[in-house]
Design a protein around this ligand. Structure first.
Ligand code: ZN
Length: 68
């Protein structure tokens, strides 16, 4: 999967942003029991301006770091 193109239509016209509810959405590895800012990573959202799909991504290096 190329993080710079839409997973649905492969368009490169992606608008970056965040998914936001009461708090910002974060990724927590399944092996982590407790949720904290130090055991989770930000989830980046990119809306495809061609088809409207919301593409989600997280920084792999940050996930690898909290898995140590
Ligand atoms: Zn698309």
């Amino acid at each position: 999967m190329n993080p710079n193109t839409c997973v649905r239509c492969s368009s490169a016209e992606l608008q970056p942003g965040k998914l936001w509810g009461y708090h910002q959405v974060r990724f927590v590895p399944e092996s982590r029991r407790f949720l904290s800012l130090f055991s989770s990573v930000k989830v980046r959202a990119l809306v495809c301006m061609n088809c409207g799909t919301v593409n989600l991504a997280a920084e792999q290096a940050a996930v690898a770091e909290i898995m140590k």
